[in-house]
Design a protein around this ligand. Structure first.
Ligand SMILES: Cc1cc2nc3c(=O)[nH]c(=O)nc-3n(C[C@H](O)[C@H](O)[C@H](O)COP(=O)(O)O)c2cc1C
Length: 342
C-alpha cells in the first residue's frame, strides 16, 4: 500500500469531521470538538505544527559512512525507532458512529509489533476498552501501554486492577492535562480532574510500574512530575485540545530538557508529522516522540497495513535526516544539528 492510497481510502471512511488534509495541521478541522480539532477559541493543533516548521536542520555530510541505527532503549525494551503511537480514548463521538476504539487499539498494537515500537492506549467511557486492549497487547508482543485519563485516584486504581493476573505492561501513564477536556469534565461532573504530587506517587506505588506523566508544558510541571517519581514525562498540550493559547510543545521542550534531562525520560507530542520533526525533537533532547492524529487517519485508510505504511514513512524520513545531518545513531543526534528560532 502506498501512503497516497492510505489517504485516499481514509477520506472515504473517516467521516465528515476530518478532511484528511495532505498535511495534518489542524486548520481545516479548526475548533471542532468533539472531533479531531482544537479547543475553541484557538488553533492549538496548528500552533504545535507550525512550531516544528520554525526549527531548521543543519546539514553535514562530511562524515564517515557508518551503518544507520535508529534503535533506542525505553523502559527496558528496545524500540526499532524512537516513536510511540499516541493514546485515543474514543472515536465514535469524534469520527463515525460505527467507529470502534478497541479495534483501533488492536490494529495499532499489531502494527507496532511488526515495526518494533509501542502503542499507548487511553481509557474511554467504558471498561471494556481496557479489557480488549489488555487482550490485544498480550496477543501482539506486549506492545500496549495503558494511559489513565483524569478520574479520582480510587477509580484509576480500579482500572489498574484489571491488570491483576495479566502480563504487566512495560509502563503505565497518568494524563494530567485532560482535566481541561470539556466533554470529559462534563461526563465526570467536573470531578477528579487534577492530580497532586502525592496522588501521582500513590498511583505509581499502587501499580508498581514505571510511570509516564502525560501533559507537561512547564519546567514547574516537569519538576513536580520528577518529585512524584515519574520515570518519563510527555511534553504535551493534548494536541491543543485542552486549552487555547498555550505555547507549542516544540517551544517549551528546550527549557524542559535543560531542567530535567537525566532525571526522567522526556517524550513529546503535538504536531509531529514527519521523521524530520522526530529528528528535531531528539536534537533538542527528547528521548522519543508520539504521533496521534495521522496514525488514526492511517488506521481509517488501511487498518494495520495503513498504520505500518505510515510508520515506515516516518522511519525512512528519520533515517534520511540522520544521514543528511551527520548522525548514524540516535545518540549522535545533538542540538548543533538544528537551528532553533531566535
Ligand atoms: C480524537 C482524539 C482523542 C484523544 N484521546 C486521548 C486520550 O484519551 N488520552 C490522552 O492522553 N490523549 C488523548 N488524545 C491526545 C493525543 O494522545 C496526543 O497527545 C495529541 O493528539 C497530540 O498529538 P498529535 O498532534 O500528533 O495529534 C486524543 C487526541 C485526539 C485527536
Amino acid at each position: 500500500m502506498e501512503y497516497r492510497d492510505v489517504l485516499e481510502q481514509a477520506r472515504k471512511n473517516i467521516g465528515p469531521n476530518c478532511r484528511v488534509c495532505p498535511v495534518c495541521n489542524g486548520i481545516a478541522c479548526g475548533n471542532t470538538m468533539p472531533g479531531p480539532g482544537s479547543k475553541a477559541p484557538g488553533l492549538g493543533a496548528n500552533d504545535n505544527y507550525n512550531a516544528w516548521r520554525k526549527i531548521k536542520l543543519n546539514m553535514d555530510t562530511i562524515v564517515e559512512q557508518k551503518p544507520m541505527d535508529t534503535s533506542i532503549e525505553l523502559f527496558g525494551r528496545t524500540l526499532a525507532f524512537p516513536l510511540l503511537t499516541a493514546p485515543i480514548g474514543s472515536i465514535k463521538m469524534q469520527f463515525t458512529p460505527e467507529s470502534n476504539v478497541a479495534d483501533f487499539n488492536d490494529q495499532c498494537m499489531a502494527a507496532c509489533e511488526t515495526r518494533g515500537i509501542l502503542h499507548a492506549y487511553g481509557n474511554g467511557r467504558t471498561d471494556d476498552i481496557f479489557e480488549q486492549a489488555i487482550a490485544s497487547s498480550a496477543k501482539y508482543g506486549n506492545t500496549g501501554i495503558p494511559v489513565y485519563n483524569p478520574d479520582s485516584v480510587e477509580n484509576i486504581k480500579q482500572l489498574m486492577d484489571m491488570y491483576k493476573g495479566q502480563l504487566p505492561p512495560v509502563a503505565m501513564s497518568i494524563v494530567v492535562d485532560s482535566a481541561g477536556l470539556p466533554h470529559l469534565n462534563s461526563l465526570m461532573g467536573g470531578k477528579g480532574g487534577t492530580k497532586s504530587v502525592n496522588d501521582l506517587k500513590e498511583l505509581k506505588a499502587y501499580m508498581g510500574l514505571p510511570m509516564i506523566v502525560k501533559g507537561i508544558m512547564t519546567v514547574k510541571g516537569a519538576l513536580k512530575a520528577v518529585e512524584a517519581g515519574a520515570d518519563a514525562i510527555i511534553v504535551s498540550n493534548h494536541g491543543g485540545r485542552v486549552l487555547s493559547d498555550t505555547p507549542a510543545t516544540a517551544e517549551v521542550l528546550p527549557e524542559i530538557v535543560d531542567a530535567v534531562k537525566g532525571k526522567t525520560k522526556i517524550l513529546v507530542d503535538g504536531g509531529i508529522r514527519s521523521g524530520l520533526d522526530v529528528f528535531k525533537a531528539l536534537a533538542i533532547g527528547a528521548d522519543a516522540c508520539l504521533i496521534c492524529r495521522p496514525v488514526l487517519i492511517a488506521y481509517y485508510g488501511g487498518r494495520q497495513e495503513g498504520i505500518e505504511c505510515y510508520l515506515d514513512k516516518i522511519k525512512a524520513e528519520l533515517m534520511d535526516t540522520m544521514y543528511m545531518c551527520g548522525a548514524s545513531s540516535i545518540s549522535d543526534i545533538s542540538r548543533e544539528m538544528i537551528r532553533l528560532p531566535k
